[in-house]
Design a protein around this ligand. Structure first.
Ligand SMILES: [Zn+2]
Length: 406
């Protein structure tokens, strides 16, 4: 019985792991190698896993098969799910398959290699001592050796052999170049932390909406702008502002607002975990990709959303992965997308592109102004938000001046 393409892809993922010393993932379609991703995460909280690097660098992959050298995490599964990849294989006491059924992943044993309960790879020998330039050649030699030491591989059919040959020439990829989002200067720490303050919760959610409203009328982020109308901000454990993001999915479908926020936070902070007791505010309920990535960006991630997404059922936050949670932000005053969406029906992303949603979100800029605080400490929190809005679109000061005159 010949080695299947799936098993060969798994061997390939393990060969890359041996060669580079980090986990690897391989995407195949038919007998063609579409791409190879290497793990580039600096900490367990850094999103740059092999599968995520594979998907982000080789976008779009759809209905393709991925083999990985390690069990996929929630963020890997979430991104695969949202990007249309529904089968992932890995080895753990034999070949295991993760497959998507509806909106939930199921796991089951794959076809075992004939005569072997465990996946047994031939020894890699001296490959790791080889200079980088010759490693690619040696990877193909490793496959040749596999054919000798592993009888099943010698019986590989023509498709598998084509895969082995083409995969030996494919260069692996590391982190994808996420569009850069920096933090504005002049941010301050408020003197008091008030995690239970309704006003502060409300203010951060208004900020996420105002950020989105202001993004409609700027071309400041030319290589960034475009996508579904979704914004988010990260509130630190000291009630400071730690990050922000806007959806730029029109240019790359993995770049949801939360992904942009997370990958930029990790870039600025060298992949360290989000601080304990931070809170993320997003205008739309996180999808499976963002939910998985948020739940693994720190411990006990606390996510608040302005608008429910009926199309997303059971993301990682709902399942409390890593102690995470999500909740609708009911305290938000005056911003209501739900009624309009109920009336319009259809996917939430289509509604977010409508004039109704546009008007509601643009109106949120004024609602940030009207939340203006009276006490000095809340004013610091408010001013941090204004600094972000100004950074995204300087027109905010003109708008604020006009609002004050009325
Ligand atoms: Zn998302």
């Amino acid at each position: 019985m010949p080695v299947t393409i799936f098993e060969a892809a798994l061997y390939k993922a393990h060969a890359e792991r041996q060669l580079y010393g980090v986990n690897a993932a391989v995407a195949i379609s038919g007998t063609e190698v579409l791409g190879i991703g290497l793990d580039d995460a600096r900490t367990p909280y850094d999103s740059r896993s092999a599968i995520i690097n594979l998907i982000q660098n080789h976008f779009p992959l759809r209905n393709d098969f991925v083999a990985a050298s390690a069990r996929p995490s929630e963020r890997c599964l979430g991104m695969a799910q949202m990007q249309g990849i529904h089968t992932i294989a890995f080895a753990e006491n034999g070949l295991r398959l993760m497959t998507l059924n509806g909106s939930a992943w199921g796991e089951h044993p794959g076809a075992y290699l004939p005569g072997a309960r465990r996946l047994q790879l031939p020894p890699v020998g001296g490959f790791l001592e080889a200079p980088d330039s010759s490693r690619r050649i040696r990877a193909s030699q490793w496959f040749d050796r596999m054919a000798i030491t592993h009888p099943a591989a010698a019986q590989a059919d023509a498709g598998t052999r084509r895969f082995l040959e083409s995969s030996a020439a494919a260069a692996p990829s590391r982190r994808f170049n996420t569009p850069r989002l920096e933090m504005p200067g002049g941010l301050a720490m408020p003197a008091t932390v008030q995690p239970d303050s309704v006003w502060r919760d409300d203010l951060f959610m208004r900020l996420a909406f105002a950020l989105l409203g202001l993004s409609f009328s700027t071309d400041r982020f030319r290589d960034y702008a475009g996508g579904h109308n979704i914004g988010c901000v990260l509130r630190g454990p000291g009630d400071e502002l730690l990050g922000w993001g806007l959806n730029s999915g029109a240019t790359h479908s993995t770049l949801h607002g939360e992904v942009n926020l997370i990958q930029n936070y990790h870039r600025r902070h060298h992949g360290v975990a989000f601080p304990q007791r931070c809170r993320l505010y997003t205008t739309l309920e996180p999808c499976h990709m963002c939910g998985g990535m948020l739940s693994e960006a720190g411990e006990e991630m606390d996510v608040r959303y302005g608008q429910a997404d009926p199309g997303i059922i059971g993301n990682a936050l709902v399942r409390n992965h890593h102690g995470s949670s999500q909740a609708p932000q009911h305290t938000i005053t005056g911003i209501n997308l739900s009624d309009g969406h109920d009336e319009a029906g259809g996917p939430i992303t289509a509604f977010l592109a409508s004039d109704t949603a546009y008007d509601e979100v643009t109106g949120a800029i004024d609602r940030y102004f009207t939340a203006e605080p009276q006490d000095a400490d809340d004013r610091v929190v408010w001013a941090n938000g204004m600094a972000l809005l100004r950074y995204v679109n300087p027109i905010v000061d003109t708008l604020h001046g006009m609002a004050r005159r009325h």
